[in-house]
Design a protein around this ligand. Structure first.
Ligand code: HEM
Length: 490
């Protein structure tokens, strides 16, 4: 039995334990099922498994993804996996996903499954508030995540001519620098970048799987998480107060949040400003970092596509700037990076940031599969959209397991339906930061690929665990500054 297996076993046991508790908690919030005389379709088919432990042994030995795929093949597009009294119904494919993504919040609730974010972002923001308030807060995001706010930055000077780096660590750092430039404000950038970075690291690093379902469990990790949030709140409140009292106005996201108003004219409070800032940072940093890492890894293992991306960079950026590697990358230029864009999109299809997204069905609903079978899913059920499977369906994607960015090129345009590609979710809770994420990843990869040749030193990574698809472990690449660029400049 190797270490990975043991880690997976513990992970799955923890998962089952917390899902059990969560199901009980969610169940207690489920409205009473109305009695109806109408005959309902049958419930979704269930995976065959031992009575109490259910699919646990299969998940432990083959992994959650493999089990979902097997049951999809065996039982069709709608099926239920059970373990220790907890049932999760999986919906596979666009035909079955409409209610999941477009159902009313009172029927298909996202709040119930994301409540764990409250001790991270703080009270009064995100999933701690009602949908109307949250929608208004998201409107503040939409206003501020404008493309023009992004700029490239100097980072690679310290890299020298050649070397070996931990790619995940470098990406995290670069994204934090972009955030400090675009979102956090000059006070943080100039005086407390290291402290704020490490506090954000504490906030995420002390959020474990158990935190998702039992966010207030009094563990040492949760106490560290809470202390980090309190200190961040203190830092940002001081900055907000200092700006207000001096009348100083900055051109950054923090200022935009301070100046935002709800529909009834109410200004955002200091606590809301801090919470929203943290929500955005935590929702956007790890996701973008993971995607940037996977994209580079996919390119380094697919030389044809790597060459196509580099050729596009040479033509668009270097050609235009006469070989200078300090090219100014503006928004217009980022939009023209079509080959790079497709490579990021295709990477996310194969390596979405989370393997499944969940909802809590507050009311029962009926779902009809592509084959015409109808099932009724009961109120109180946890419902899952498995992104890893949905993004690799053979009737939507040709050779779905291959890395083939050209599937999104004009002319081929696979998966054109609005529920066919789900890396950023869909419907009313679709990702608000998609455009921003593409831009920051492009800014970083464009600079790296124009200036360096890379070689993957580690093996192709596995995903971190069953839910988070971030690459697991340390990921080293070696780099060499590109000679042709130096020659052009001489
Ligand atoms: C490659 C990077 C990213 C990926 C793959 C990604 C993916 C996702 C996914 C799958 C969801 C839907 C979750 C669900 O339905 O349960 C989501 C929601 C969200 N994302 Fe992203 N995200 C990324 C970057 C960002 C960034 C950079 C921001 C902001 C700076 C952001 C802000 C949000 C917000 C606010 C929501 C919640 C929308 C709601 O609940 O209505 N994301 N993201």
């Amino acid at each position: 039995m190797d270490g990975t297996y043991i880690a997976n076993a513990w992970f799955a046991l923890a998962l089952v334990f917390i899902v059990t508790v969560a199901a009980k908690v969610l169940g207690s919030r489920t409205p009473a099922v109305e009695k109806t005389t109408k005959k309902l379709p049958p419930p979704p088919p269930e995976a065959k498994a031992a009575p109490l432990i259910g699919v646990l042994p299969a998940v432990l030995s083959r992994g959650l993804q493999a089990v979902i795929r097997e049951q999809h093949r065996e039982l069709g597009s709608v099926f239920t996996l059970k373990s220790l009294g907890v049932a999760v119904t999986f919906l596979v494919g666009p035909e079955c996903s409409d209610h999941f993504f477009h159902g009313a919040e009172s029927e298909m609730a996202i709040d119930d499954v994301y409540k764990f974010t409250t001790p991270i972002f703080g009270k009064g923001v995100g999933y701690d508030v009602d949908l109307d308030t949250r929608t208004e807060q998201h409107r503040f995001f939409a206003k501020t995540l404008r493309p023009a706010k992004l700029r490239g930055h100097e980072y690679f000077g310290k890299w020298g001519e050649c070397g070996v780096v931990d790619l995940k660590q470098e990406m995290d750092h670069m994204l934090m620098l972009i955030a400090s430039r675009c979102l956090l404000g000059k006070e943080v950038r100039e005086n407390m970048f290291d402290e704020v970075s490490s506090l954000l690291g504490e906030l995420l690093g002390n959020t474990y799987l158990v935190s998702i379902f039992l966010p207030y469990l009094p563990t040492p990790a949760h106490r560290r998480r809470d202390r980090a949030r309190e200190r961040l709140h203190e830092i940002f409140s001081q900055i907000v107060r200092a700006r207000k009292s001096s009348g100083r106005v900055e051109d950054d996201f923090l200022q935009e949040l301070m100046d935002s108003r709800y529909g009834d004219g109410r200004a955002t409070t200091d606590a809301e400003v801090t919470g929203l800032l943290m929500a955005l940072l935590l929702g956007g940093q790890h996701t973008s970092s993971s995607t940037a890492v996977w994209t580079l890894v996919c390119l380094l293992t697919h030389p044809d596509h790597l060459h196509a991306v580099v050729a596009e960079q040479e033509q668009l950026v270097v050609g235009r700037h006469h070989g200078s590697d300090v090219a100014f990358i503006d928004y217009g230029l980022l939009l023209q990076m079509d080959v790079l864009h497709r490579c990021i999109k295709e990477t996310l299809r194969l390596h979405p940031v989370m393997s499944v997204i969940l909802r809590h069905a507050r009311t029962g609903f009926t779902v009809r599969t592509k084959e015409g079978n109808e099932y009724s899913v009961p109120a109180g059920r946890l419902v899952a959209s498995p992104l890893v499977v949905n993004n690799q369906l053979p009737d939507l994607y040709k050779n779905p397991h291959l890395f083939d960015p050209d599937r999104f090129a004009a002319g081929r345009a696979e998966a054109a339906g609005n529920l066919d590609y789900l890396a950023f979710g869909a419907g009313k809770h679709a990702c608000m930061g998609e455009g921003y994420a593409y831009q920051q990843i492009k800014v970083i990869l464009s600079h790296m690929l124009r200036n360096f040749d890379f070689k993957l030193e580690s093996l192709f990574p596995e995903p971190e665990n069953m839910l988070s698809m971030r690459p697991r472990g340390k990921l080293t690449v070696s780099y060499k500054r590109r000679a042709w660029l130096r020659n052009m400049q001489e």
